[in-house]
Design a protein around this ligand. Structure first.
Ligand code: 26W
Length: 820
């Protein structure tokens, strides 16, 4: 344990005392939730000193600060992770054990902080962990949603969403900081005024406003005393709702302000990769951006007097286009409040803001209707008009006569504000999140921009934190790795994992490795028994696909293949078949009907297959309810096979793929996103790669798709599976239940193209790859070696590596040291 103030007896007294002062109880009387609270406050007590020391270091060393602006931070649970990073997990477990308290049970009382949807939000959380661990000054800036990602219940096979009231018992780790509150204004109109010197002033009138109040969450670095801050904003009414307001006849206004404040931070939008154009979402965006930028500038101005040098000390990284209004808000403050001229303000802004693209899915692009945008943010809109006017002028001078370019590249076009264009024009860096993704951006999606400003474009392949996903999530494997490498330094230098390669032919080591996997499979099976009531056999192959539900991720391909296997087993009971357990976990956006049908289908297939005694338990299907960060840790640790089967070109990177690899599960996947780089690292012989390449997919798309009916007609096994969607096999006799899915595969009328995601096209290749999985698994030694080599080859995929690349190429931060 590194922290001298973290003494066992003192800690135990602290817990006992917390139980007493918080709940008027003794440890024996306390409920598990109360114990979680008491333990967390005791841990926070220790964190606070390092947090203060880190702030002091900020002041004394005056480092450049990155503000990671994100609508989403998918943090998961804090307690266990904080203990891991304080290198105090085992000691605390021991201390609690002496008090008769089980740390694991205490951890399970903590609700996940699910302020995010999926990959983009979880990436933000991993980045914060790495920034603190590597000693960089950073703030995460976001929204303190009252309700996070919805909780998923499965009722009668259907997804049912219930609210995620994650704050209902309070959040022991957060700090409310009312002294840093900021005002954020919406709507009204802009009056132009001229002062004596003839200078123009823009005055916003008749606006509504809210008070943004920050809550700080500690981000504990690993073993370095550094504690950074995730600053999430709550909204409060500016005017307190008081009775004298009522007397003055302002009752209405007071209610309105109260409602505006309440609504803004009420709930996380559960859309992943689908832009819905909701006014409230734009309000959320401007709300947290305005507050964060105001705060960053006031912090800067406390110790610096030349605003022109802002880019030397501050950088705003925009996590996708969601925070892009930052560009215009920064301009507004520089112009209207700092009194700078346009060129000076633009110079500063374009050296401070940088943009990361996380998706090429067209339906995810944020394009706000101009009337909505200008009504809500009148001054910000004026500024965007001027940015656009100047940019269009630049296009015309660089490409005279090419009005096509203007149409394709302008920020304001067809009555819309195109946020990606604004981000690229104003950002000093534009990056993709995996090598293939960045290439596709450059060659396809953002080609015009790349041509005009090639030097802005760069790649930063995503990564994940090994602290949460190995050290915390898989303690058995973590200990084994430490023993085999003879050091625990891999916790901060994942490249050391390559040292495990020398054990890849060592029979004893392979046996140990596989026995750890087996124990983790037992742990997962126990979770599934408790939560799903389904018994699964840890000796079967655990084939896992966990991620958001989206057509492009092709959970449908996976379940159709399960239906195909089931047909095979029924038809050829004599053939040997290695027992398999297919595990799914996925939330579908509430309004995404087809995604929800896929969930229902998975559960229907599970029902039929799991209850068919005649197949002797050879095949099991499990749908994990409420997939989230905390149960993800168990799933990665217990997986044999990692399903990464997106239609090539569609998955920007993927990060789940890396978490499986770290935990020794080979990838079954397409050459998409970061899978490409995973294969590069581990060798194609240690993965199961199949299907169309991204070039092939793109080429089909450019030629209007392909004809799935040919496949349906010529391959009777595929036809049979597709027909089973509408013959009642899985519809409990109801033939209409999955008609839409059937149509999506075959019928051009159901969507713009039949089988848009090339499911039937890739089906045979996928089935063959699955056969190879089975054959490989039968050969225990070969499998063990493959699995171990995956763990040994994951070094590149640490978010520490990713962050160092951002620092070197984009942010140019200084390293801090924190003295205690
Ligand atoms: C406007 C609605 C909306 C909401 C979220 C549009 C788009 C998003 C995100 C960009 C979706 C997302 O999470 N993208 C994922 O980002 C990960 C981190 O870079 C990648 O690993 C995933 O491939 C990508 O799908």
């Amino acid at each position: 344990m590194y922290n001298p103030i973290f003494e066992k007896e003192k800690f135990k007294r602290e817990v006992t005392n917390n139980v007493k002062t918080l709940f008027r109880k003794t440890v024996d009387e306390a409920t598990p939730q109360q114990l979680f609270q008491a333990v967390s406050y005791a841990v926070k007590e220790v964190i606070i000193d390092d947090w203060i020391a880190t702030q002091k270091a900020y002041k004394e060393q005056d480092p450049k600060i990155v503000y990671y602006m994100s609508m989403e931070f998918l943090m998961g649970r804090a307690l266990g992770n904080n203990l891991i990073n304080m290198t105090a997990y085992k000691e605390v477990a021991e201390a609690l054990d002496e008090m008769g308290i089980d740390l694991n049970a205490v951890e399970n009382e903590e609700p996940d902080a699910a302020l995010g949807n999926g990959g983009l939000g979880r990436l933000a959380a991993c980045f914060l962990d790495s920034l603190a661990t590597l000693g960089y000054a950073a703030y995460g800036c976001g929204i303190r949603y009252r309700y996070g990602m919805f909780k998923q219940k499965i009722e009668d096979g259907y997804q049912v969403e219930t609210p995620d009231n994650w704050l209902k018992n309070g959040n022991p780790f957060e700090l409310r900081r009312p002294e840093y509150a900021k005002e954020v204004r919406f709507g009204g109109n802009i009056r132009v005024e001229y002062d004596e010197e003839g200078k123009t002033h823009f005055v916003q009138e008749h606006y509504e406003s809210v008070r943004a109040v920050p809550y700080d969450m500690p981000i504990v670095g690993y073993n370095n005393h550094m504690v950074n801050t995730l600053r999430i904003w709550d909204a409060e009414p500016i005017v307190d709702f008081q009775l004298d307001e009522f007397d003055r006849g302002d009752y209405h206004k007071a209610v309105e302000q109260e409602n505006l404040a309440k609504n803004i931070v009420e709930v996380l939008y559960p859309n992943d990769n689908h832009y819905a154009g909701k006014e409230l979402r734009l309000k959320q965006q401007y709300f947290f951006i305005s507050a964060s930028i105001q705060q960053a500038l006031s912090k800067y101005k406390m110790t610096h007097d030349d605003i022109h040098k802002l880019p030397e000390k501050v950088t705003f990284q925009m996590n996708d286009t969601h925070p892009t209004v930052a560009v215009a808000e920064l301009m507004r403050i520089l112009l209207d409040e700092e009194g700078l001229g346009w060129n000076e303000a633009w110079e500063i802004t374009t050296h401070t803001c940088a943009y990361t693209n996380h998706t090429i899915m067209a339906e995810a692009l944020e394009k706000w209707p101009i009337d909505l945008f200008s009504r809500l943010l009148p001054r910000v809109y004026q500024i965007i008009q001027e940015i656009d006017r100047r940019f269009v002028e630049q296009i015309r001078s660089q490409y005279p006569g090419d009005e096509g370019k203007v149409k394709r590249m302008a920020i304001l076009m067809d009555g819309q504000v195109k946020m990606a264009h604004l981000a690229i024009v104003a950002g000093y860096s534009v990056n993709g999140v995996a090598a293939l993704h960045t290439e596709i951006l450059k060659k396809q999606e953002l080609r015009d921009f790349y041509e005009m400003m090639p030097s802005k474009f760069n790649n930063k392949t995503n990564g994940i934190t090994q602290r949460r996903f190995l050290l915390h999530g898989n303690p058995l494997l973590a200990d084994w790795v430490t023993e085999k490498l003879g050091t625990k330094d891999w916790a901060t230098d994942l490249s050391l994992m390559s040292g495990l390669r020398k054990w890849a032919d060592d029979e004893e080591a392979l046996k140990e490795f596989m026995s750890i996997k087996y124990k983790n499979k037992e742990r997962l099976a126990q979770y599934i028994l408790e939560h799903n009531g389904i018994e699964i056999d840890p000796r079967s192959i655990f084939d896992v696909q966990v991620k958001r539900l989206h057509e492009y991720k092709r959970q449908l391909l996976n379940i159709l293949h399960v239906m195909y296997l089931y047909n095979q087993i029924k038809e050829h009971p004599e053939r040997s078949f290695y027992p398999r357990t297919f595990i799914f976990g996925a939330k579908a956006s509430a309004g995404y009907i087809r995604a929800k049908q896929i969930i229902k289908l998975i559960n229907s297939v599970a029902d039929v297959v799991n209850n068919d005694r005649s197949i002797n338990g050879k095949l099991k299907v499990v749908f994990i309810e409420d997939y989230r960060v905390s149960n993800a840790e168990l799933l990665f640790a217990g997986a044999d096979v990692s399903e990464q089967i997106s239609t090539a070109s569609k998955e920007a990177s993927g990060t789940g793929n890396m978490k499986f690899m770290l935990n020794g599960a080979p990838t079954l996947g397409t050459m998409d996103g970061a899978n490409v780089e995973i294969v590069q690292e581990v060798g194609i012989e240690n993965a199961f790669i199949f299907g169309l390449s991204s070039d092939e997919v793109i080429s089909f798309e450019q030629h209007g798709g392909y004809n799935p009916v040919d496949i349906y007609n010529s391959d009777h096994e595929i036809r049979r599976v597709v027909d089973q969607l509408v013959d009642g096999t899985y519809g409990y006799g109801n033939r209409e239940m999955y008609r839409d899915l059937y149509n999506s595969l075959l019928n051009t009328k159901s969507s713009s193209r039949a089988d848009m995601y090339f499911i039937l096209k890739d089906f045979r290749a996928y089935a063959e790859a699955q056969e190879k999985v089975e054959a490989a698994y039968r050969d225990r030694d070969r499998w063990a070696k493959m699995a171990l080599l995956n763990t040994a080859s994951c070094g590149k995929f640490s978010s520490d590596r990713t962050i160092e690349e951002y620092v070197k190429d984009i942010w140019h931060l200084d390293k801090l040291t924190v003295e205690v």
